[in-house]
Ligand binder design. Structure first.
Ligand code: PRP
Length: 187
């Protein structure tokens, strides 16, 4: 974006539809779970809202949990991935022989989940499942299939419910598509 452009947000998925889908996803995961404890690992920052909603529902399903976070980032200030994933925080939970659920907001090129999953698998969890709220299969660069997907969406830049554009809009309780409009052009 440059100084002569305004950000335009167009609603994509409502708060209600998110709630229904997250509820169904958690039910599906709870049905598959067959361990003594689930270790839920969130990829920050984007997953924070999705993960917070999920863990409250795991509680309803009586799934015992440990929660930890990894910080990884591949985007700079714009809408394009830099292509390089930086992991700046690791978990400090022992996942050996445990059921692990790795949660992210969006699966895009596949670089982040591919890298982080490979790192976690080296620690020999009993089971590693991946869960993303959004999947953009058209953008894939590295083949990666998440075990649980909330919504499959087209190749549009999306913000809200944890996802940002240039560090903004993460707090929106719904998802919107971002576009840009020139300030000087009337439409
Ligand atoms: C976003 C998103 C995913 C990743 C997906 O993170 O949260 O982690 O990109 O993209 P990929 O499939 O192309 O790797 P981002 O780098 O924007 O960091 P953030 O979570 O702090 O917003």
């Amino acid at each position: 974006m440059n100084r002569n452009q305004d950000v335009v947000l167009k609603p994509l998925i409502t708060e209600f539809d998110l709630k229904v889908r997250v509820g169904n996803l958690v039910r599906e995961i709870a049905d598959d779970f067959n361990g003594d404890k689930l270790i839920v690992i969130g990829l920050l920052k984007g997953s924070f809202m999705f993960l917070a909603d999920m863990v409250r529902l795991f509680y309803v399903h009586n799934i015992p949990l440990l929660i930890d976070f990894i910080v990884a980032s591949s985007y700079g200030a714009g809408t394009e991935s830099s292509g390089e994933v930086n992991m700046t925080r690791d978990i400090n939970t022992d996942i050996r022989s445990k059921w692990v659920l790795l949660v992210d907001d969006i699966l895009d090129t596949g670089r982040t989940l591919n890298l982080v999953s490979r790192q976690l698998l080296k620690r020999k969890p009993a089971v590693l499942k991946t869960c993303v709220l959004l999947d953009k299969p058209d953008r894939r660069v590295i083949p990666f299939q998440a075990d649980y997907v909330g919504f499959t969406i087209p190749d549009k830049f999306v913000v809200g419910y944890g996802l940002d554009y240039d560090s903004h809009y993460r707090e929106l309780p719904y998802l919107s598509v971002v576009s840009f409009k020139n300030r000087n052009s009337e439409s």
